[in-house]
Design a protein around this ligand. Sequence first.
Ligand code: PLP
Length: 285
Amino acid sequence: MTNLGYYNGEYGPLEEMRIPMNDRVCWFGDGVYEATPCVNHIIFTLDEHIDRFFKSAAMLDMTPELTKTQLAELLRRLILKVDSPDQFVYWQLTRGTASRTHTFPEHSSPNLWVMLRPLTLSNIYEKIKLITAEDTRFLHCNIKTLNLLPNVMASEKAKQAGSQEAIFHRGERVTEGSHSNVHILKDGVFQTAPADNLILPGIARAHLIAHCRKLGIPVSETPFTVSEMFNADEVMTSSASTFCLSASHIDGIAVGGKAPVLLRRLQDSVLAEFHEATSRKTARV
Ligand code: PLP
């Protein structure tokens, strides 16, 4: 199989999978998700993604039927059914299947979905272009929910502008990207928005912070403004499958490029960890 769709124990090629129309994801987007790359059949930072998955589910009063260990085993079993050893691994939990009513269904258990497809990784050293967008999302952005409409709209706006990502801001305060966290380097300090309810606590963000500490780069988890971002020495985005990309332009204006050596040290460090963790030597299968 070149790709795979899994739904509550059944699986097959993605294009052939069918799900019930009454899955609450169809009516409400009622669920949570996770995504991370897999190389050489090794799912990168799997335990951290599973931990956040359970946290997101708990914040929405949902409980997966599998334990964390069982979910990890299921994902490790499923990736072996796809031809490529390098895959984009995505899974989600939806509240259940029931006739459309806002309140929780009484007689339905959650539905577990998995989607696997070949992985395309971007070049970490290639500069990207960003746009800014007013953050009109709700106040629970720390939960990785399936309600992504503002993110979808902003992402499309970025694409139409010939850019790769949209950076949200609430007034002057920068929050995060439509599908990434955003950080700046200024005067040797790595600054990133605090992990409060306005951003998703990214796994790649946490790793970046750990790399900074290892490299002796001071970290400040404090909000920064749109103008501070435009005036930063470097502007970076991070996500599970892009790691740490740096920007050349925001809204068509040249940014960053003033701390290339520090940026490169950080990117090299992040990439080395990924290669080490997913090298065949460490492979379990
Ligand atoms: N913020 C948003 C809104 C996201 O959708 C993502 C990733 O999908 C991230 C941040 C980065 O999170 P992670 O590093 O865990 O992929």
